[in-house]
Design a protein around this ligand. Structure first.
Ligand code: TEU
Length: 638
């Protein structure tokens, strides 16, 4: 957050916010690295592997929850916001980790889960102790309706006593009856995750105090879990209503949070990310407009919902490239002049991106690097989910006993009870389950793949003997890690990648993902063959394809075919300017001045790019034009 700050990405004289040139790396701690042999990843394991992240060049590490938790939802059910779960380590170890991260020039962002707590959090224990408990109102309670006036457990209205027909994201009703006090409490996720009542000012104060304690401890910001769910309209809890996200108070709550937690920290470079299922472009513009002081960026879901069928997220639809392009470019256009977006294709809630969008078999390297390139060259802040930097694939478990995720297991059990065929359920899970991305990171081949000396809490992917960090990093030209490293460096070095405007080309083409990024008179042209067959580019697509001298290749994954042919899953990022003048004669600041941005000159096709300077605390500054990107960021293709 730069309020101080600010996500000022528009044409003003203020410098662009630091996170426009940054890349975030997400760690899912229980699956990253285990240092004590109990089979669960921990802080010690992260500390041992920081060199990997430093080599990759990421700027920010986002830690999925490490707080004390009964682990009903792998830590997204918190019972003490101020302590580390013994499974992961201690507060002292956390402090040591934070120091080490900072010493390496990176930042550390915590997961903030304040839509709900664990039912074992002392707040909820007190709240459920009696209807008169002082903290009763910190959660959402409703009386049962007279029999037949409410819904039943299956969500059928007029058949039971439930206050609304709302369903939990993890199957079953979103209400659980507390027998002792005779009222239902709301939980949009598991029954062990009761929703907090953000209408209560004391609750809000307690959350802001807790956030301040973590920032005082030195963390660099928060990724805010389902933060657009916190404001439920009291009236919408009435029977029959179904609107539980984006209540009218949401903007007030976030502005108050900004005032109470971030506004006075003008000396810090912080970051706030709002995870918001269901958020629209118009909402996102409001949440992330710099002058509204709510959030730095949203983490939206539209593109990862395109392959969900009408029945549920487990109703798998085939991948549709045209729909993906339409969705991502809609967000690019919508946030072009105001606001900012996160860029991701996978995380701990999604299938592995190479299995979902690419070809995780014959063209695993090619498609993993293509996906990364297309994503990272959009406008927004890219997120790398652990393991994606080596092209990890879905787990593809064969039996329900191998699954651990509460969502997958509950959905399977509920569907079997309703008479569904277990084999077809397993087939859906093999593609969609969140556990596909929660398998241990294979640091090497062999027993437990270098993740643990014990038995991992969840089985690894069967291909770990070939798909592991050691093998990938030794793979030279075919290292996915190396390709990610170049992409992350390119964003540091190249203002057009961080800030350029976006234009989608060939929107209806079913195999080509092509777009330009433009800043001043510099342009980056990205051409991606999203298929396993060679692709013949149409010279009419872009003037650069009609010129005799091909523009400089800023990044590419495989040598391409001859002329205008892209090999299967080949991607190229071509840097060009409309009328390339000689580098030596250029007025380096001209373009930037004309575009009104305070950044020193954009790189030219015939000029070279100076690697970004990194100051203390990992700050990335756009460098003045000058020498070449390191040779590894350029390859001759074609
Ligand atoms: O996820 C919120 C969310 O909406 C999903 O991505 C979630 O996995 C999906 O609804 C299930 O179908 C966040 C966390 O990222 C997720 O891991 C947690 O389980 C969830 O909130 C509850 O805290």
């Amino acid at each position: 957050m730069s309020d101080s700050t600010t996500n000022d990405t528009g044409p003003t004289t203020a410098p662009p916010a630091w996170w426009t040139a940054a890349t975030v790396y997400q760690i899912y701690p229980r699956s990253f690295a285990d240092s004590n042999g109990d089979g669960v990843g921990d802080l010690g394991g992260i500390r041992q592997r920081l060199g990997h992240l430093h080599d990759l060049g990421v700027d920010v590490i986002w830690l999925s929850p490490i707080y004390r938790s009964p682990q009903a939802d792998n830590g997204y059910d918190i019972s003490d916001y101020d302590d580390v779960d013994p499974l992961f380590g201690t507060l002292d170890e956390f402090d040591a980790l934070l120091d080490e991260v900072h010493a390496l020039g990176m930042k550390l962002v915590m997961d903030l889960v304040v839509n709900h707590t664990s039912d074992e959090h002392p707040w909820f224990v007190e709240a459920r102790s009696s209807r008169d408990a002082p903290k009763r109102d910190w959660y959402l309670w409703r009386d049962p309706l007279p029999s037949g006036e409410g819904s039943d457990a299956a969500g059928t209205p007029g058949a039971g006593t439930y206050p609304t027909a709302w369903r939990s994201a993890f199957s079953g009703p979103a209400w659980t009856l507390d027998e002792r006090t005779g009222q239902y409490y709301l939980h949009m996720f598991a029954s062990k995750q009761p929703d907090l009542n953000w209408e209560n000012p004391d609750l809000r104060r307690a959350v802001f105090d807790m956030m301040n304690r973590w920032l005082d401890r030195g963390v660099d910001g928060f990724r805010m879990d389902v933060i657009n769910h916190i404001a439920k309209e009291p009236s919408s809890l009435a029977p029959g209503a179904s609107h539980f996200v984006m209540g009218g108070q949401i903007h007030d709550h976030l502005r108050e949070m900004h005032r109470e937690v971030f506004a006075h920290r003008t000396d810090r470079e912080l970051i706030t990310v709002g995870e918001m299922p269901g958020v629209t472009v118009d909402d996102a513009r409001l949440f992330t407009a710099a002058d509204r002081h709510e959030l730095d960026m949203v983490f939206q879901f539209e593109h990862v919902g395109l392959d969900h069928g009408p029945a549920s997220k487990f109703d798998n639809l085939p991948f549709d490239l045209v729909a993906l392009k339409r969705s991502l470019s809609h967000w690019q256009d919508g946030l072009a002049d105001q606001g900012w977006n996160s860029l991701y294709l996978g995380n701990h809630d999604q299938p592995r991106s190479v299995s979902r969008f690419g070809d995780d078999d014959r063209y695993r390297f090619e498609s993993a690097t293509l996906l990364a390139t297309v994503l990272h060259l959009h406008r927004g802040t890219p997120y790398v989910y652990q393991g994606d930097e080596i092209g990890m694939t879905n787990a593809g478990f064969a039996s329900i006993e191998q699954y651990r995720d509460i969502e997958s297991v509950n959905w399977f059990d509920e569907s079997v009870a309703a008479g569904a065929d277990p084999e077809s359920l397993l087939e859906s899970l093999r593609f969609r389950s969140r556990d596909n991305a929660r398998t241990p990171v294979p640091w090497s081949g062999g027993a437990a793949a270098g993740f643990s000396t014990g038995t991992p809490w969840i089985e690894g992917v069967a291909n770990h003997d070939t798909v592991n960090v050691e093998a990938d990093r030794a793979a030279g030209d075919r290292s996915v890690f190396e390709h990610y490293r170049r992409l992350i460096a390119l964003r540091h070095e190249s203002p057009v990648v961080a800030l350029g405007s976006f234009e989608l080309l060939a929107p209806d083409d079913e195999r080509l993902y092509a777009f330009t990024r433009t800043l001043g008179d510099e342009q980056l042209l990205v051409l991606a063959n999203w298929s396993g067959e060679p692709y013949e580019l149409d010279p009419a697509l872009h003037p650069a394809l009609r010129r005799r001298s091909v523009p400089q290749v800023a990044i590419g994954n495989v040598p391409s075919g001859a002329g205008l042919t892209l090999a299967p899953w080949a991607v190229r990022g071509l840097q060009s300017v409309p009328a390339p003048p000689r580098c030596a004669n250029r007025d380096s600041g001209g373009a930037a001045r004309r575009s009104g941005r305070k950044m020193s000159g954009a790189p030219r096709s015939s000029c070279r790019v100076r690697p970004a300077a990194r100051g203390a605390g990992g700050r990335v500054r756009h460098a003045a034009r000058g020498r070449a990107p390191d040779a590894s960021t350029r390859r001759t293709v074609g």
